[in-house]
Design a binder for this molecule. Sequence first.
Ligand SMILES: Nc1nc2c(ncn2[C@@H]2O[C@H](COP(=O)(O)OP(=O)(O)OP(=O)(O)O)[C@@H](O)[C@H]2O)c(=O)[nH]1
Ligand SMILES: [Mg+2]
Length: 602
Amino acid sequence: MREPRKDIRNLAIIAHVDHGKTTLIDGLLRQTGNFRANQSVAERAMDSGDLERERGITILSKSTAVEFEGVRLQLVDTPGHADFGAEVERILGMVDGVLLLVDSVEGVMPQTRFVVRKAVERGLRPILVVNKIDRPEQRAHAVVDEVFDLLAELGASDEQLDFPVVYASAKDGTSSLDPDAAREDLRPLLETILEHAPAPEVDAEGPAQFQAVTLGYDDFVGRLVVGRVARGRLQRGTPVVRVAADGPAETFRITKLFGFRGLERVDLEAAEAGDVVMIAGVDSIEIGDTVCDPQRPEALPRIEVDPPTIRVSFSANTSPFAGREGQFVTARQVGDRLRREALGNVSIKLEDTGAKGAETFVVAARGELQIAVLIETMRREGYEFAVSRPEIILREVGGKRCEPVEDVSAEVPESCAGAVMEKLAARRGRLETMDHRTERILLRFVVPSRGLFGYRTEFLTDTRGEGVLYRTVRGYEPWAGDLSRRRVGALVASEAGQTTAYSLFHIQERSILFVGAGVPVYEGQVVGENRRAGDMQVNVCKGKKLTNIRAAGKDEAAVLTPPRRLTIESALEWMEEDELLEATPATLRLRKRVLPRNLRKR
Ligand SMILES: Nc1nc2c(ncn2[C@@H]2O[C@H](COP(=O)(O)OP(=O)(O)OP(=O)(O)O)[C@@H](O)[C@H]2O)c(=O)[nH]1
Ligand SMILES: [Mg+2]
Protein backbone atom coordinates (compact mmCIF):
# COMPACT_ATOMS: atom_id res chain seq x y z
CA MET A 1 0.00 0.00 0.00
CA ARG A 2 1.35 3.42 -0.89
CA GLU A 3 1.45 6.05 1.78
CA PRO A 4 3.03 9.49 1.91
CA ARG A 5 6.27 9.75 3.86
CA LYS A 6 5.87 13.09 5.52
CA ASP A 7 9.37 13.11 7.04
CA ILE A 8 11.14 13.63 3.68
CA ARG A 9 10.91 15.56 0.45
CA ASN A 10 12.81 14.76 -2.74
CA LEU A 11 13.62 17.72 -4.94
CA ALA A 12 15.83 18.45 -7.90
CA ILE A 13 17.18 21.92 -8.47
CA ILE A 14 16.98 22.71 -12.16
CA ALA A 15 17.81 25.75 -14.25
CA HIS A 16 19.70 27.19 -17.17
CA VAL A 17 23.48 27.33 -16.71
CA ASP A 18 24.72 29.82 -14.09
CA HIS A 19 21.32 30.78 -12.75
CA GLY A 20 22.59 29.94 -9.26
CA LYS A 21 21.63 26.35 -8.36
CA THR A 22 24.88 25.38 -6.66
CA THR A 23 25.08 28.73 -4.87
CA LEU A 24 21.56 28.23 -3.53
CA ILE A 25 22.60 24.91 -2.04
CA ASP A 26 25.50 26.66 -0.26
CA GLY A 27 22.96 28.94 1.37
CA LEU A 28 20.69 26.08 2.35
CA LEU A 29 23.59 24.13 3.84
CA ARG A 30 24.77 27.13 5.83
CA GLN A 31 21.40 28.13 7.17
CA THR A 32 20.09 24.76 8.12
CA GLY A 33 23.21 24.09 10.18
CA ASN A 34 23.84 20.79 8.48
CA PHE A 35 27.53 21.06 8.91
CA ARG A 36 29.64 21.10 12.03
CA ALA A 37 30.41 24.44 13.61
CA ASN A 38 34.09 24.24 12.69
CA GLN A 39 33.33 23.36 9.10
CA SER A 40 32.66 26.18 6.69
CA VAL A 41 30.79 25.83 3.43
CA ALA A 42 33.06 26.80 0.57
CA GLU A 43 31.66 28.70 -2.37
CA ARG A 44 29.78 26.33 -4.68
CA ALA A 45 30.63 23.54 -2.27
CA MET A 46 28.81 20.89 -4.29
CA ASP A 47 30.98 21.49 -7.37
CA SER A 48 33.66 19.17 -6.05
CA GLY A 49 35.21 17.93 -9.29
CA ASP A 50 38.47 19.49 -10.51
CA LEU A 51 37.00 20.41 -13.88
CA GLU A 52 33.88 21.76 -12.19
CA ARG A 53 35.87 24.12 -10.02
CA GLU A 54 38.11 25.21 -12.88
CA ARG A 55 35.28 25.87 -15.27
CA GLY A 56 32.84 27.16 -12.67
CA ILE A 57 30.08 24.87 -13.86
CA THR A 58 28.38 21.77 -12.54
CA ILE A 59 29.03 18.68 -14.67
CA LEU A 60 27.71 15.83 -12.55
CA SER A 61 24.56 15.98 -10.48
CA LYS A 62 25.07 15.52 -6.76
CA SER A 63 22.88 14.71 -3.81
CA THR A 64 22.67 16.33 -0.44
CA ALA A 65 20.11 16.59 2.32
CA VAL A 66 19.28 19.26 4.83
CA GLU A 67 16.94 19.11 7.83
CA PHE A 68 14.27 21.72 8.26
CA GLU A 69 11.66 21.56 10.99
CA GLY A 70 12.10 17.86 11.41
CA VAL A 71 11.78 17.11 7.70
CA ARG A 72 14.68 15.90 5.61
CA LEU A 73 14.91 17.72 2.29
CA GLN A 74 16.83 15.52 -0.11
CA LEU A 75 18.12 17.82 -2.81
CA VAL A 76 19.84 17.02 -6.06
CA ASP A 77 21.98 19.71 -7.67
CA THR A 78 21.90 19.31 -11.44
CA PRO A 79 24.09 20.73 -14.22
CA GLY A 80 22.65 23.64 -16.20
CA HIS A 81 24.82 23.31 -19.26
CA ALA A 82 22.92 21.87 -22.18
CA ASP A 83 25.44 19.12 -22.90
CA PHE A 84 24.75 17.55 -19.54
CA GLY A 85 20.99 17.58 -19.93
CA ALA A 86 20.77 13.78 -19.82
CA GLU A 87 21.95 13.97 -16.23
CA VAL A 88 18.94 16.18 -15.43
CA GLU A 89 16.53 13.89 -17.25
CA ARG A 90 17.55 10.91 -15.17
CA ILE A 91 17.46 12.80 -11.89
CA LEU A 92 13.89 13.91 -12.53
CA GLY A 93 12.92 10.25 -12.30
CA MET A 94 13.85 10.08 -8.63
CA VAL A 95 12.24 13.24 -7.27
CA ASP A 96 8.70 14.35 -6.59
CA GLY A 97 9.24 18.04 -7.08
CA VAL A 98 11.58 20.59 -8.62
CA LEU A 99 12.93 23.95 -7.64
CA LEU A 100 13.06 25.82 -10.92
CA LEU A 101 15.57 28.63 -10.69
CA VAL A 102 15.37 31.46 -13.17
CA ASP A 103 17.69 34.45 -13.19
CA SER A 104 15.67 37.60 -12.51
CA VAL A 105 17.44 39.43 -15.33
CA GLU A 106 18.05 36.78 -17.98
CA GLY A 107 14.65 35.16 -17.61
CA VAL A 108 13.75 32.03 -19.56
CA MET A 109 16.79 30.75 -21.47
CA PRO A 110 17.24 27.73 -23.79
CA GLN A 111 18.10 25.28 -21.03
CA THR A 112 15.23 26.59 -18.90
CA ARG A 113 12.95 25.43 -21.72
CA PHE A 114 14.63 22.05 -21.81
CA VAL A 115 14.40 21.32 -18.09
CA VAL A 116 10.86 22.67 -17.82
CA ARG A 117 9.78 20.48 -20.72
CA LYS A 118 11.21 17.42 -18.99
CA ALA A 119 9.58 18.34 -15.67
CA VAL A 120 6.19 18.90 -17.33
CA GLU A 121 6.43 15.56 -19.12
CA ARG A 122 6.94 13.87 -15.78
CA GLY A 123 3.99 15.67 -14.25
CA LEU A 124 6.15 17.55 -11.73
CA ARG A 125 4.88 20.85 -10.43
CA PRO A 126 7.69 23.39 -10.11
CA ILE A 127 8.35 25.79 -7.29
CA LEU A 128 9.65 28.82 -9.13
CA VAL A 129 12.61 30.55 -7.55
CA VAL A 130 13.30 33.87 -9.23
CA ASN A 131 16.96 34.13 -8.29
CA LYS A 132 19.52 36.94 -8.28
CA ILE A 133 16.80 39.32 -7.13
CA ASP A 134 19.63 41.42 -5.70
CA ARG A 135 20.61 42.48 -9.21
CA PRO A 136 19.61 46.11 -9.73
CA GLU A 137 18.29 45.45 -13.24
CA GLN A 138 16.01 42.61 -12.05
CA ARG A 139 12.69 42.26 -13.84
CA ALA A 140 11.10 39.68 -11.58
CA HIS A 141 7.50 40.26 -12.61
CA ALA A 142 8.23 39.83 -16.28
CA VAL A 143 10.24 36.68 -15.52
CA VAL A 144 7.32 35.09 -13.69
CA ASP A 145 5.14 35.78 -16.76
CA GLU A 146 7.75 34.24 -19.03
CA VAL A 147 7.76 31.06 -16.96
CA PHE A 148 3.96 30.92 -16.98
CA ASP A 149 3.88 31.33 -20.77
CA LEU A 150 6.52 28.67 -21.18
CA LEU A 151 4.60 26.18 -19.05
CA ALA A 152 1.40 26.94 -20.93
CA GLU A 153 3.16 26.49 -24.26
CA LEU A 154 4.53 23.13 -23.12
CA GLY A 155 1.07 21.89 -22.23
CA ALA A 156 1.31 22.05 -18.43
CA SER A 157 -1.76 21.12 -16.41
CA ASP A 158 -3.73 23.70 -14.43
CA GLU A 159 -2.09 22.44 -11.28
CA GLN A 160 1.38 22.87 -12.76
CA LEU A 161 0.47 26.35 -13.97
CA ASP A 162 -0.51 27.30 -10.45
CA PHE A 163 3.09 27.19 -9.28
CA PRO A 164 4.29 28.92 -6.10
CA VAL A 165 6.88 31.67 -6.53
CA VAL A 166 9.75 32.63 -4.24
CA TYR A 167 12.15 35.50 -4.89
CA ALA A 168 15.69 34.83 -3.78
CA SER A 169 19.26 35.90 -3.76
CA ALA A 170 21.18 32.69 -3.50
CA LYS A 171 24.37 34.68 -3.15
CA ASP A 172 23.13 36.64 -0.14
CA GLY A 173 21.24 33.65 1.22
CA THR A 174 17.94 35.56 1.34
CA SER A 175 14.42 35.04 0.02
CA SER A 176 10.88 36.42 0.19
CA LEU A 177 7.45 35.81 -1.22
CA ASP A 178 7.11 39.36 -2.42
CA PRO A 179 9.75 40.75 -4.77
CA ASP A 180 9.60 44.18 -3.18
CA ALA A 181 9.72 43.07 0.43
CA ALA A 182 12.83 43.02 2.58
CA ARG A 183 14.66 39.69 2.61
CA GLU A 184 16.32 38.14 5.60
CA ASP A 185 17.15 34.52 5.06
CA LEU A 186 16.07 31.42 3.17
CA ARG A 187 13.26 30.57 5.57
CA PRO A 188 10.51 31.72 3.17
CA LEU A 189 11.91 29.35 0.56
CA LEU A 190 12.23 26.47 3.02
CA GLU A 191 8.67 27.01 4.21
CA THR A 192 7.40 27.07 0.64
CA ILE A 193 9.17 23.77 -0.01
CA LEU A 194 7.55 22.16 3.04
CA GLU A 195 4.15 23.44 2.02
CA HIS A 196 4.26 22.71 -1.70
CA ALA A 197 6.73 19.94 -2.43
CA PRO A 198 4.82 16.67 -2.26
CA ALA A 199 5.95 13.99 0.17
CA PRO A 200 6.90 10.78 -1.65
CA GLU A 201 4.06 8.25 -1.88
CA VAL A 202 5.68 4.91 -1.25
CA ASP A 203 5.02 1.32 -0.41
CA ALA A 204 7.36 0.70 2.52
CA GLU A 205 6.23 -2.88 3.10
CA GLY A 206 6.58 -4.34 -0.39
CA PRO A 207 9.62 -6.20 -1.77
CA ALA A 208 12.69 -3.99 -2.12
CA GLN A 209 13.32 -2.06 -5.30
CA PHE A 210 16.02 0.52 -6.02
CA GLN A 211 17.09 1.93 -9.37
CA ALA A 212 20.63 3.05 -10.18
CA VAL A 213 20.44 6.65 -11.41
CA THR A 214 24.02 7.89 -11.18
CA LEU A 215 27.30 6.10 -10.69
CA GLY A 216 30.38 6.87 -8.70
CA TYR A 217 33.59 5.15 -7.80
CA ASP A 218 35.54 4.88 -4.58
CA ASP A 219 39.00 3.31 -4.35
CA PHE A 220 38.06 1.48 -1.17
CA VAL A 221 34.59 0.21 -1.83
CA GLY A 222 34.50 0.08 -5.63
CA ARG A 223 31.60 1.12 -7.75
CA LEU A 224 28.95 3.24 -6.09
CA VAL A 225 25.43 3.82 -7.31
CA VAL A 226 23.06 6.53 -6.30
CA GLY A 227 19.32 6.16 -6.55
CA ARG A 228 16.12 6.19 -4.65
CA VAL A 229 14.65 3.27 -2.76
CA ALA A 230 11.45 2.91 -4.74
CA ARG A 231 9.78 0.27 -2.59
CA GLY A 232 10.42 -1.65 0.59
CA ARG A 233 13.67 -1.54 2.52
CA LEU A 234 17.37 -1.98 1.80
CA GLN A 235 19.51 -3.38 4.57
CA ARG A 236 23.29 -3.36 4.70
CA GLY A 237 24.80 -6.81 4.52
CA THR A 238 21.76 -8.49 3.04
CA PRO A 239 21.70 -10.21 -0.35
CA VAL A 240 19.84 -8.57 -3.23
CA VAL A 241 19.68 -9.17 -6.96
CA ARG A 242 20.50 -6.85 -9.78
CA VAL A 243 18.21 -7.02 -12.77
CA ALA A 244 19.92 -5.67 -15.88
CA ALA A 245 18.58 -4.72 -19.29
CA ASP A 246 19.39 -8.16 -20.58
CA GLY A 247 21.10 -11.21 -19.19
CA PRO A 248 20.40 -13.12 -15.98
CA ALA A 249 19.87 -11.50 -12.61
CA GLU A 250 22.99 -11.33 -10.46
CA THR A 251 22.95 -11.79 -6.70
CA PHE A 252 25.22 -9.66 -4.51
CA ARG A 253 25.42 -8.36 -0.97
CA ILE A 254 25.08 -4.66 -0.17
CA THR A 255 28.48 -4.00 1.38
CA LYS A 256 27.94 -0.30 2.01
CA LEU A 257 24.88 1.83 2.33
CA PHE A 258 25.28 5.60 2.54
CA GLY A 259 22.90 8.47 3.05
CA PHE A 260 23.64 12.13 2.34
CA ARG A 261 23.69 14.72 5.10
CA GLY A 262 25.02 18.13 4.20
CA LEU A 263 28.36 17.72 2.47
CA GLU A 264 29.00 14.31 3.94
CA ARG A 265 27.88 10.84 3.33
CA VAL A 266 26.91 8.84 6.38
CA ASP A 267 26.89 5.09 6.89
CA LEU A 268 23.41 3.64 7.19
CA GLU A 269 22.23 0.27 8.39
CA ALA A 270 19.00 0.44 6.45
CA ALA A 271 17.09 2.70 4.13
CA GLU A 272 13.41 2.87 3.32
CA ALA A 273 11.28 3.61 0.33
CA GLY A 274 11.63 7.28 -0.52
CA ASP A 275 15.24 7.62 0.69
CA VAL A 276 17.95 8.70 -1.72
CA VAL A 277 20.98 6.55 -0.96
CA MET A 278 24.25 5.32 -2.38
CA ILE A 279 25.09 1.63 -2.31
CA ALA A 280 28.19 -0.45 -3.00
CA GLY A 281 28.63 -4.15 -3.52
CA VAL A 282 28.43 -4.85 -7.20
CA ASP A 283 30.89 -3.50 -9.74
CA SER A 284 28.97 -4.62 -12.78
CA ILE A 285 25.91 -2.49 -12.07
CA GLU A 286 24.85 -0.04 -14.76
CA ILE A 287 22.62 2.98 -14.82
CA GLY A 288 18.99 1.97 -15.09
CA ASP A 289 19.47 -1.44 -13.47
CA THR A 290 17.10 -2.33 -10.64
CA VAL A 291 18.31 -3.78 -7.35
CA CYS A 292 15.59 -6.04 -5.93
CA ASP A 293 14.52 -8.38 -3.21
CA PRO A 294 15.96 -11.79 -4.25
CA GLN A 295 12.63 -13.50 -3.65
CA ARG A 296 10.62 -11.12 -5.78
CA PRO A 297 12.86 -9.56 -8.44
CA GLU A 298 10.94 -7.05 -10.51
CA ALA A 299 12.65 -4.47 -12.69
CA LEU A 300 11.58 -0.85 -12.83
CA PRO A 301 11.17 0.60 -16.33
CA ARG A 302 14.56 1.49 -17.85
CA ILE A 303 15.54 5.13 -17.75
CA GLU A 304 14.99 6.78 -21.12
CA VAL A 305 16.98 9.82 -22.11
CA ASP A 306 17.11 11.80 -25.33
CA PRO A 307 19.57 10.18 -27.72
CA PRO A 308 22.97 11.69 -28.52
CA THR A 309 23.17 14.25 -31.33
CA ILE A 310 26.81 14.32 -32.34
CA ARG A 311 29.57 11.78 -32.82
CA VAL A 312 33.33 11.92 -32.96
CA SER A 313 35.87 9.20 -33.39
CA PHE A 314 38.78 8.55 -31.09
CA SER A 315 41.86 6.70 -32.23
CA ALA A 316 45.40 6.12 -31.14
CA ASN A 317 47.71 9.04 -31.76
CA THR A 318 49.60 8.38 -34.97
CA SER A 319 51.52 11.62 -35.26
CA PRO A 320 55.33 11.57 -35.36
CA PHE A 321 55.23 12.82 -31.77
CA ALA A 322 53.08 9.92 -30.58
CA GLY A 323 54.03 8.42 -27.23
CA ARG A 324 56.26 11.28 -26.16
CA GLU A 325 53.97 12.71 -23.53
CA GLY A 326 51.29 10.18 -22.74
CA GLN A 327 51.27 7.14 -20.51
CA PHE A 328 48.39 5.28 -22.19
CA VAL A 329 48.82 5.48 -25.91
CA THR A 330 47.65 2.32 -27.63
CA ALA A 331 44.32 1.95 -29.40
CA ARG A 332 43.40 -0.77 -26.94
CA GLN A 333 44.02 1.42 -23.93
CA VAL A 334 42.01 4.25 -25.45
CA GLY A 335 39.20 1.83 -26.31
CA ASP A 336 39.10 0.35 -22.81
CA ARG A 337 38.92 3.78 -21.26
CA LEU A 338 36.06 4.81 -23.54
CA ARG A 339 34.18 1.61 -22.77
CA ARG A 340 34.48 2.39 -19.07
CA GLU A 341 33.17 5.89 -19.70
CA ALA A 342 30.16 4.62 -21.59
CA LEU A 343 29.25 2.38 -18.66
CA GLY A 344 29.05 5.20 -16.18
CA ASN A 345 27.87 7.97 -18.42
CA VAL A 346 24.50 7.27 -20.02
CA SER A 347 24.61 10.20 -22.36
CA ILE A 348 27.78 8.89 -24.01
CA LYS A 349 27.50 5.91 -26.28
CA LEU A 350 30.24 3.88 -27.85
CA GLU A 351 29.04 2.89 -31.28
CA ASP A 352 30.04 -0.54 -32.38
CA THR A 353 32.00 -0.20 -35.56
CA GLY A 354 31.72 -3.95 -36.00
CA ALA A 355 35.38 -4.52 -36.59
CA LYS A 356 37.21 -6.75 -34.11
CA GLY A 357 40.33 -5.18 -32.72
CA ALA A 358 39.13 -1.86 -34.15
CA GLU A 359 41.52 1.04 -34.07
CA THR A 360 38.86 3.72 -34.16
CA PHE A 361 36.13 4.21 -31.57
CA VAL A 362 33.05 6.21 -32.37
CA VAL A 363 31.69 8.10 -29.39
CA ALA A 364 28.22 9.61 -29.56
CA ALA A 365 27.40 12.44 -27.17
CA ARG A 366 25.13 15.38 -26.61
CA GLY A 367 27.42 18.25 -27.44
CA GLU A 368 30.90 19.56 -27.93
CA LEU A 369 31.40 20.49 -24.29
CA GLN A 370 30.58 16.98 -23.21
CA ILE A 371 33.18 15.65 -25.64
CA ALA A 372 35.63 18.30 -24.50
CA VAL A 373 35.20 17.31 -20.86
CA LEU A 374 35.81 13.67 -21.76
CA ILE A 375 38.95 14.59 -23.71
CA GLU A 376 40.24 16.74 -20.86
CA THR A 377 39.54 14.06 -18.27
CA MET A 378 41.41 11.47 -20.32
CA ARG A 379 44.38 13.77 -20.89
CA ARG A 380 44.67 14.31 -17.16
CA GLU A 381 44.65 10.60 -16.61
CA GLY A 382 47.67 10.28 -18.92
CA TYR A 383 46.00 9.28 -22.18
CA GLU A 384 47.15 10.35 -25.60
CA PHE A 385 44.91 10.06 -28.68
CA ALA A 386 43.50 11.67 -31.80
CA VAL A 387 39.96 12.96 -32.21
CA SER A 388 38.03 13.70 -35.38
CA ARG A 389 35.81 16.65 -36.09
CA PRO A 390 32.34 16.22 -34.51
CA GLU A 391 29.62 15.24 -36.93
CA ILE A 392 25.86 15.39 -36.63
CA ILE A 393 23.82 12.26 -36.06
CA LEU A 394 20.95 12.20 -38.53
CA ARG A 395 17.71 10.41 -37.86
CA GLU A 396 14.86 9.19 -39.94
CA VAL A 397 11.60 10.72 -38.63
CA GLY A 398 8.40 9.81 -40.43
CA GLY A 399 10.35 8.70 -43.47
CA LYS A 400 12.19 12.01 -43.69
CA ARG A 401 15.88 12.64 -43.20
CA CYS A 402 16.10 14.84 -40.11
CA GLU A 403 18.86 16.63 -38.27
CA PRO A 404 19.16 18.01 -34.72
CA VAL A 405 18.21 21.65 -34.33
CA GLU A 406 18.91 23.89 -31.37
CA ASP A 407 17.27 26.73 -29.51
CA VAL A 408 19.82 29.49 -29.61
CA SER A 409 19.63 32.69 -27.67
CA ALA A 410 22.04 35.51 -28.36
CA GLU A 411 22.14 38.53 -26.13
CA VAL A 412 24.10 41.21 -27.95
CA PRO A 413 24.71 44.95 -27.99
CA GLU A 414 22.22 46.57 -30.37
CA SER A 415 24.87 47.60 -32.83
CA CYS A 416 25.91 43.98 -33.39
CA ALA A 417 22.47 42.46 -33.90
CA GLY A 418 22.64 42.84 -37.67
CA ALA A 419 25.85 40.87 -38.01
CA VAL A 420 24.55 38.07 -35.81
CA MET A 421 21.27 37.77 -37.71
CA GLU A 422 23.07 37.74 -41.03
CA LYS A 423 25.54 35.04 -39.96
CA LEU A 424 22.93 32.78 -38.43
CA ALA A 425 20.65 33.16 -41.43
CA ALA A 426 23.56 32.00 -43.59
CA ARG A 427 23.86 29.01 -41.29
CA ARG A 428 20.19 28.22 -41.93
CA GLY A 429 18.93 29.59 -38.63
CA ARG A 430 15.51 31.18 -38.35
CA LEU A 431 14.86 34.12 -36.10
CA GLU A 432 11.98 33.45 -33.70
CA THR A 433 11.82 36.47 -31.44
CA MET A 434 13.64 39.69 -30.76
CA ASP A 435 13.41 41.51 -27.42
CA HIS A 436 14.90 44.85 -26.63
CA ARG A 437 16.48 45.18 -23.24
CA THR A 438 18.46 48.18 -22.03
CA GLU A 439 20.97 48.77 -24.82
CA ARG A 440 20.98 45.11 -25.64
CA ILE A 441 18.88 42.82 -27.77
CA LEU A 442 17.93 39.26 -27.04
CA LEU A 443 17.59 37.28 -30.25
CA ARG A 444 16.17 33.79 -30.26
CA PHE A 445 16.78 31.46 -33.16
CA VAL A 446 16.27 27.88 -34.13
CA VAL A 447 19.41 26.70 -35.92
CA PRO A 448 20.56 23.29 -37.18
CA SER A 449 23.31 22.00 -34.85
CA ARG A 450 25.42 21.58 -37.95
CA GLY A 451 25.24 25.29 -38.63
CA LEU A 452 26.61 26.08 -35.19
CA PHE A 453 29.93 24.31 -35.60
CA GLY A 454 32.60 26.91 -35.42
CA TYR A 455 30.13 29.70 -34.82
CA ARG A 456 31.09 30.68 -31.29
CA THR A 457 34.42 32.21 -32.27
CA GLU A 458 32.75 34.21 -35.04
CA PHE A 459 30.04 35.31 -32.66
CA LEU A 460 32.55 36.60 -30.15
CA THR A 461 34.36 38.52 -32.89
CA ASP A 462 31.13 39.97 -34.27
CA THR A 463 30.00 41.12 -30.85
CA ARG A 464 33.48 42.29 -29.79
CA GLY A 465 33.40 39.77 -26.96
CA GLU A 466 30.29 41.32 -25.44
CA GLY A 467 27.69 38.88 -26.69
CA VAL A 468 26.35 35.95 -24.71
CA LEU A 469 25.32 32.87 -26.64
CA TYR A 470 23.41 29.85 -25.35
CA ARG A 471 22.23 26.78 -27.18
CA THR A 472 20.20 23.70 -26.29
CA VAL A 473 19.11 20.85 -28.51
CA ARG A 474 15.43 21.31 -29.32
CA GLY A 475 14.75 18.20 -31.34
CA TYR A 476 14.90 16.94 -34.89
CA GLU A 477 13.70 18.76 -38.02
CA PRO A 478 13.94 17.93 -41.72
CA TRP A 479 17.40 18.43 -43.21
CA ALA A 480 17.81 22.15 -43.88
CA GLY A 481 20.00 21.83 -46.96
CA ASP A 482 23.68 22.20 -47.62
CA LEU A 483 25.86 24.63 -45.77
CA SER A 484 29.01 26.28 -46.90
CA ARG A 485 32.24 25.14 -45.33
CA ARG A 486 34.81 26.91 -43.20
CA ARG A 487 35.59 30.18 -44.85
CA VAL A 488 39.22 30.11 -43.90
CA GLY A 489 41.85 27.53 -44.66
CA ALA A 490 44.55 25.94 -42.59
CA LEU A 491 48.19 26.82 -42.51
CA VAL A 492 50.01 23.52 -42.81
CA ALA A 493 53.64 22.93 -41.88
CA SER A 494 55.49 21.71 -44.95
CA GLU A 495 58.35 20.17 -43.01
CA ALA A 496 59.37 18.96 -39.64
CA GLY A 497 61.64 20.90 -37.35
CA GLN A 498 61.68 23.62 -34.81
CA THR A 499 59.69 26.78 -35.49
CA THR A 500 61.69 29.97 -35.81
CA ALA A 501 60.68 33.52 -35.04
CA TYR A 502 62.15 34.47 -38.38
CA SER A 503 59.83 32.33 -40.44
CA LEU A 504 56.76 32.92 -38.27
CA PHE A 505 57.27 36.64 -38.58
CA HIS A 506 56.94 36.47 -42.32
CA ILE A 507 53.86 34.29 -42.21
CA GLN A 508 51.88 36.07 -39.53
CA GLU A 509 50.73 38.87 -41.84
CA ARG A 510 48.65 36.41 -43.80
CA SER A 511 47.42 34.29 -40.94
CA ILE A 512 46.65 33.68 -37.30
CA LEU A 513 49.29 31.40 -35.82
CA PHE A 514 48.60 28.53 -33.43
CA VAL A 515 52.26 28.04 -32.50
CA GLY A 516 54.97 30.27 -31.16
CA ALA A 517 58.69 30.22 -31.87
CA GLY A 518 60.95 27.39 -30.78
CA VAL A 519 58.27 24.70 -30.87
CA PRO A 520 58.76 21.34 -32.56
CA VAL A 521 56.36 20.69 -35.45
CA TYR A 522 55.92 17.94 -38.02
CA GLU A 523 54.99 17.84 -41.64
CA GLY A 524 51.24 18.03 -41.99
CA GLN A 525 50.67 19.76 -38.66
CA VAL A 526 48.22 22.66 -38.76
CA VAL A 527 50.13 25.63 -37.40
CA GLY A 528 47.62 28.39 -38.00
CA GLU A 529 44.61 29.77 -39.76
CA ASN A 530 44.95 31.09 -43.26
CA ARG A 531 43.06 34.33 -43.67
CA ARG A 532 41.64 33.08 -46.95
CA ALA A 533 39.82 29.98 -48.03
CA GLY A 534 41.99 27.00 -48.89
CA ASP A 535 44.98 25.53 -47.14
CA MET A 536 48.44 26.97 -47.48
CA GLN A 537 51.69 25.09 -47.04
CA VAL A 538 54.25 26.99 -45.04
CA ASN A 539 57.74 26.38 -43.83
CA VAL A 540 57.77 27.57 -40.24
CA CYS A 541 61.24 26.26 -39.52
CA LYS A 542 63.28 28.38 -41.88
CA GLY A 543 66.16 29.85 -39.97
CA LYS A 544 68.75 32.45 -40.64
CA LYS A 545 72.29 31.27 -40.16
CA LEU A 546 73.17 30.60 -36.55
CA THR A 547 75.22 33.77 -36.35
CA ASN A 548 72.14 35.79 -37.15
CA ILE A 549 70.01 34.44 -34.36
CA ARG A 550 70.64 37.36 -32.09
CA ALA A 551 69.62 39.76 -34.75
CA ALA A 552 66.53 37.75 -35.48
CA GLY A 553 65.63 37.73 -31.82
CA LYS A 554 66.12 41.44 -31.53
CA ASP A 555 64.43 42.66 -34.66
CA GLU A 556 61.72 40.19 -35.25
CA ALA A 557 60.90 38.06 -32.24
CA ALA A 558 59.97 41.22 -30.42
CA VAL A 559 57.13 41.90 -32.83
CA LEU A 560 55.84 38.37 -33.14
CA THR A 561 52.13 38.38 -32.27
CA PRO A 562 51.33 35.83 -29.56
CA PRO A 563 49.81 32.69 -31.07
CA ARG A 564 46.13 31.84 -30.67
CA ARG A 565 46.06 29.24 -27.94
CA LEU A 566 44.09 26.19 -28.94
CA THR A 567 41.52 24.91 -26.49
CA ILE A 568 39.73 21.62 -26.92
CA GLU A 569 36.46 23.36 -27.66
CA SER A 570 37.90 25.89 -30.06
CA ALA A 571 39.79 23.15 -31.89
CA LEU A 572 36.71 20.93 -32.21
CA GLU A 573 34.74 23.85 -33.59
CA TRP A 574 37.40 24.96 -35.99
CA MET A 575 38.65 21.74 -37.52
CA GLU A 576 37.55 20.18 -40.82
CA GLU A 577 36.88 16.58 -41.75
CA ASP A 578 40.35 16.02 -43.15
CA GLU A 579 41.92 17.10 -39.88
CA LEU A 580 42.47 15.56 -36.44
CA LEU A 581 42.97 16.95 -32.99
CA GLU A 582 45.97 15.39 -31.30
CA ALA A 583 45.48 15.44 -27.55
CA THR A 584 48.22 14.49 -25.12
CA PRO A 585 48.55 15.25 -21.41
CA ALA A 586 50.76 18.24 -22.25
CA THR A 587 49.80 19.47 -25.70
CA LEU A 588 46.96 20.02 -28.15
CA ARG A 589 47.84 20.03 -31.83
CA LEU A 590 45.78 20.12 -34.98
CA ARG A 591 46.99 18.09 -37.91
CA LYS A 592 45.98 16.90 -41.33
CA ARG A 593 44.77 13.32 -41.31
CA VAL A 594 47.19 12.62 -44.12
CA LEU A 595 50.54 14.03 -43.11
CA PRO A 596 52.81 13.78 -46.18
CA ARG A 597 52.02 16.68 -48.42
CA ASN A 598 52.26 14.74 -51.66
CA LEU A 599 49.59 12.27 -50.50
CA ARG A 600 47.06 14.94 -49.60
CA LYS A 601 44.41 15.99 -52.11
CA ARG A 602 44.40 19.70 -51.43
N1 LIG B 1 24.09 38.59 -8.06
C1 LIG B 1 23.89 37.29 -7.82
N2 LIG B 1 24.74 36.36 -8.33
C2 LIG B 1 24.49 35.07 -8.06
C3 LIG B 1 23.39 34.66 -7.28
N3 LIG B 1 23.40 33.31 -7.22
C4 LIG B 1 24.48 32.89 -7.91
N4 LIG B 1 25.14 33.95 -8.43
C5 LIG B 1 26.37 33.91 -9.22
O1 LIG B 1 26.08 33.25 -10.44
C6 LIG B 1 27.19 32.45 -10.85
C7 LIG B 1 26.75 31.02 -11.12
O2 LIG B 1 26.36 30.42 -9.92
P1 LIG B 1 26.26 28.85 -9.76
O3 LIG B 1 25.67 28.61 -8.42
O4 LIG B 1 27.53 28.18 -10.11
O5 LIG B 1 25.17 28.52 -10.88
P2 LIG B 1 24.66 27.08 -11.34
O6 LIG B 1 23.23 27.28 -11.68
O7 LIG B 1 24.96 26.08 -10.29
O8 LIG B 1 25.52 26.83 -12.64
P3 LIG B 1 25.68 25.42 -13.42
O9 LIG B 1 25.74 24.35 -12.39
O10 LIG B 1 26.92 25.51 -14.21
O11 LIG B 1 24.48 25.32 -14.29
C8 LIG B 1 28.23 32.55 -9.75
O12 LIG B 1 29.17 33.52 -10.14
C9 LIG B 1 27.42 33.03 -8.56
O13 LIG B 1 28.20 33.79 -7.65
C10 LIG B 1 22.52 35.67 -6.75
O14 LIG B 1 21.54 35.41 -6.08
N5 LIG B 1 22.82 36.96 -7.07
MG1 LIG C 1 25.91 24.33 -10.49
